[in-house]
Design a binder for this molecule. Sequence first.
Ligand code: COA
Length: 160
Amino acid sequence: MRLALYSGTFDPITKGHKDIIKRASKMCDRLIVAVLNNASKKTLFTLDERKNMVEKSLEDIPNVEVIEYSGLLADYMKQRECKYIIRGLRAVVDYEYELSLAYGNFDISDREIETVFIPASKEFLYVSSSIVRELAIYNGKLDNYLDDYIIEKVRHKVKE
Ligand code: COA
């Protein structure tokens, strides 16, 4: 693949996301990582804060470009002439939701946008941003799930 896109809310970015991004970056010449607003989610971090954390976490991967976007992903991809969405698949529960996103993007792009699934690594099968946020609220251990820099940000944010 020449150009592909991996999107998410990243509230915050976890080691699970990073695992998928690193593996996806080896499958394409350039990978756009899109930090999005999900209309049905109230986030802990602002869009700008989430984008900054994603940039900092991915600074060692040379062919990755981080952008923020609010709107339909298919519209942005059309502007960029990007035809491949990468998504990570964790447990079976992800499957139905991911299928609806994949078919949705396929249909609204007039069958141009394909979704490519990468299975999450075993150690990250049950990681999610909401689990991480909950652990932070109760002062739980976070180093299996988050980079040190992100741990500081999350701990600081939940105290605010
Ligand atoms: N490792 C760790 N966690 C992961 C993960 C991985 N590999 N993959 C997914 N997750 C978690 C996320 O942390 C998130 O956890 P949370 O719900 O507890 O916060 C959850 O899985 C889902 O996350 P994400 O991948 O960020 O998807 P999302 O559902 O928040 O957002 C968008 C999906 C933003 C990409 C999608 O809504 C979108 O494209 N929106 C734009 C509007 C649009 O085009 N809509 C039409 C679609 S057809």
